[in-house]
Design a binder for this molecule. Structure first.
Ligand code: ADP
Ligand code: MG
Length: 711
């Protein structure tokens, strides 16, 4: 069976694949087997057949696959590739590759370059170690990878050669998705079907497809690699488990949008160059709020390609750093007391004729579409707020969400004053008597101009309308955007269908479009407006107000993850065939286990560093002050050392493997949250006090004031 990833999506997913390769541009897309490159290298008939097969989302027959493989191989060999890899996205959230050589022995002592359609289309990674959440029994431990022809193959260069990477989906032999790509493709197909159906009702006879778009703003830290290697906590867990605060305000003021240090700028230019070669359309760079923190953002693309490109961006950010003696930290909270890193997921829907469905536009027709789809988003976000929160969950995120630097854990929507005004009018029916032919009887033919970049007016909202798209801002900097977009696509498809059902019924009853639409929007907004909030998301008032409105406040990862298997989630995901209940359960299990494993590793690392690095330093300091005979210092140091020993012992016993016993993962995760994390915090609290009194030459870890400010 030749199965391609395109089949996971009921109507294909070439949707909006941009071909940004320009013949005049030597760099952009140089390492991408782009549609333009395919056109150049494939026989005309084969190229056409490939395109139409992709459009219909059908399986490629083997002769077609062989022809594509041949062209791809020649292209890759010309560029110095010696190996190829199926590049996929297991549930770890990062990417995986299995390298195979192009060269096979020819039997006469020589080697020939071989790469057939079969090898292009399907691979079998030795993948028994990837998380599956119990889907794969060990006897069928192999999964297989399937070519996703809708995301272009690319070449990763390294100093010793080059690797052809083929984007693939990763599934079990029983057909379950073991990755983040398959559900994303399925959700894009689902949303497209629902949105096109709605567009027909709204009078659009033209649109054949609707595709979702993503542009993710990525925050990251850059530090000198020397400090990275001198800190076992950074090395093992990606964050500092110890570290006293540097003097207040130290260099803080000039960082944000300040000038970028030379080494960092050189690094950024090389990152942008590498990404350009890979066809990732990078747009912006600037300093972020915290010292040593930066941001990178692309021009948006369709969700599938954009999400692959986001993974590549994270990879390139990390790889290139090493060439400059830097390390790129993607962790959500590498430094306590310093702003953490997030990822803003800009999301919208575009029809294949070019209309952005979340752009209010200039005509009444565009406005009606906008109001319909915007209302669907509000309904979906309210109904599935717990699930959206769950997609942003993870141990790093628990330091950030709700910590006055990132949105609260409460999901709400910022619409902006103008749009809220429009909804208030729709809801109250205020202007319904006014002139015929006006937009929903609102008295004006078009919506008021909604300001773009409204986002900056409210940085505290987790889900903000920013003029022609929504920005989901709660996601963490390490997280793959595939799952949040999968969830958005699916829940919005469901809401679109719900509104479309009502609209369809009213139209059948003979109402005009405007007459029919108004009550549909009115009813939906009235039912879901509790999720709309324009105020300060950081304030205590909002927490109380949100509770009164009945909004969820899922503070930690173990609180949020069960929403992957809530009845409302299963119903929506099964209806649109995005994830089966079993696939949802596997994700719940995998994410819970990952949370537990990460906290457990942090706790062990903290205990080891405390006992073998920091405690000895404290004891030396104690000896030093005893020798000097300064009683006040002896008393002070002795007291802290005793507290430290007690805290370390408490952490070690809280984190004992025996505590886990045969607990289900969720129970273990909650135990870690309630017992091990507080014990770890206590150890840190004392250690950070010790850092401030132990002689600088005795303290074994580089301090925040060095790590964060040496550029
Ligand atoms: P700002 O930098 O002020 O937040 P932008 O609107 O230019 O403003 O974009 C931020 C991010 O949103 C960029 O990555 C951009 O590509 C993305 N973006 C813009 N329009 C869309 C869209 N229709 N769909 C998805 N992402 C988008
Ligand atoms: Mg933003």
């Amino acid at each position: 069976e030749n199965v391609t990833a395109a089949q996971w999506s009921p109507n294909g997913a070439t949707l909006g694949a941009q071909d940004l390769t320009h013949p005049d541009n030597q760099v952009f897309g140089a390492n991408v087997f782009s549609p333009a490159e395919q056109r150049k290298r494939l026989p005309k008939a084969v190229y056409k057949q490939l395109q139409s097969t992709l459009e219909r989302g059908e399986a490629l027959d083997s002769s077609l696959a062989d022809a594509v493989a041949l062209a791809m191989k020649e292209w890759a060999l010309e560029r110095g590739a010696t190996h190829y890899a199926h590049w996929f996205q297991p549930l770890t959230g990062s990417t995986a590759e299995k390298h195979d050589s192009f060269y096979s022995p020819a039997g006469d002592g020589t080697a020939i370059a071989e790469f057939s359609g079969k090898e292009l289309i399907q691979g079998e990674p030795d993948a028994s170690s990837f998380p599956t959440g119990g889907i794969r029994a060990t006897f069928e431990a192999r999964g297989y990878t399937a070519w996703d022809p809708t995301s272009p193959a690319f070449i990763l260069e390294n100093p010793n050669g080059a690797l052809l990477c083929i984007p693939t989906a990763f599934a079990s032999w029983t057909g379950e998705a073991l990755d983040n790509k398959i559900p994303l493709l399925r959700s894009m197909g689902a949303l497209s079907d629902s949105a096109v159906r709605a567009l027909r009702l709204l009078g659009d006879e033209e649109a054949q497809r609707v595709f979702t778009t993503v542009g993710a703003e990525q925050e990251y830290f850059l530090i000198d690699e020397q400090y990275f290697f001198e800190r076992p906590d950074l090395l093992t867990t990606g964050r500092t488990l110890f570290g006293a605060q540097p003097p207040k305000g130290h260099e803080l003021d000039d960082h944000y949008f300040g000038s970028i240090p030379e080494r960092v700028l050189a690094y950024m230019l090389e990152v942008e160059d590498e990404l350009a070669k890979l066809g990732v359309p990078i747009k912006t760079r600037h300093n972020e709020v915290a010292p040593a923190q930066y941001e990178i953002a692309p021009i948006f693309e369709n969700s599938n390609v954009g999400s692959d490109h986001q993974q590549l961006t994270m990879q390139v950010l990390q790889n290139v750093a090493r060439r400059y003696g830097l390390v790129c930290l993607l962790h959500e909270k590498p430094f306590a007391g310093v702003n953490g890193s997030g990822k803003h997921n800009n999301w919208s829907m575009s029809a294949d004729h070019g209309e952005n469905l979340l752009d209010p536009g200039d005509t009444p027709h565009e406005n009606l579409n906008f109001l319909f789809f915007c209302t669907a988003v509000i309904q979906a976000v309210d109904k599935h707020q717990g699930l959206l929160r769950a997609t942003a969950a993870g141990p790093g995120q628990d330091h950030r969400l709700g910590a006055n630097e990132a949105p609260p854990a409460i999901i709400s929507i910022f619409l902006g004053e103008e749009l809220e005004g429009v909804y208030a009018a729709i809801e109250s029916g205020a202007a319904s008597e006014s002139s015929a032919g006006s937009l929903l009887g609102l008295g004006t033919p078009v919506l008021p101009r909604l300001p773009l970049h409204g986002g900056d007016r409210n940085r505290t909202s987790p889900f903000a309308f920013t003029g022609n798209k929504f920005e989901f801002r709660a996601i963490g900097s390490t997280q793959s955007v595939a799952l949040p977009n999968t969830v958005l696509n699916t829940i919005v498809a469901e809401a679109i269908d719900d509104l479309a059902d009502q609209l369809e019924a009213a139209l059948k009853g003979g109402a005009s479009l405007e007459e029919a639409l108004r009550p549909v929007l009115q009813k939906s907004y009235a039912a879901h407006k509790r999720v709309v909030f324009d105020g300060d998301g950081y304030s205590q008032d909002w927490h109380e107000e949100a509770a009164r409105r009945g909004l969820l406040n899922l503070r930690t990862t173990p609180d949020a993850l069960p929403y992957f298997v809530k009845e409302s989630t299963v119903a929506a995901f099964e209806r649109y065939r995005v994830l089966s209940e079993r696939e949802l359960e596997s994700r719940y299990e995998v994410f819970t286990e990952q949370y537990a494993a990460k906290i457990n590793i942090e706790a062990e690392t903290a205990a080891t560093i405390a006992r073998t690095l920091l405690l000895p330093a404290a004891l030396r300091q104690l000896a030093l002050v005893k020798e000097a005979g300064v009683d006040a210092l002896v008393t002070e140091t002795q007291a802290l050392v005793e507290q430290f020993v007690a805290a370390i012992q408490a952490l070690e016993s809280a984190n004992l493997k025996e505590n886990q016993q045969d607990e289900p993962p969720a129970t273990w995760a909650s135990f870690l949250r309630d017992n091990v994390i507080p014990a770890m915090n206590k150890v840190r609290e004392v250690a950070d006090k010790l850092e401030k009194i132990v002689a600088d030459d005795l303290w074994p870890l580089p301090k925040y004031s060095e790590v964060l400010f040496i550029k």
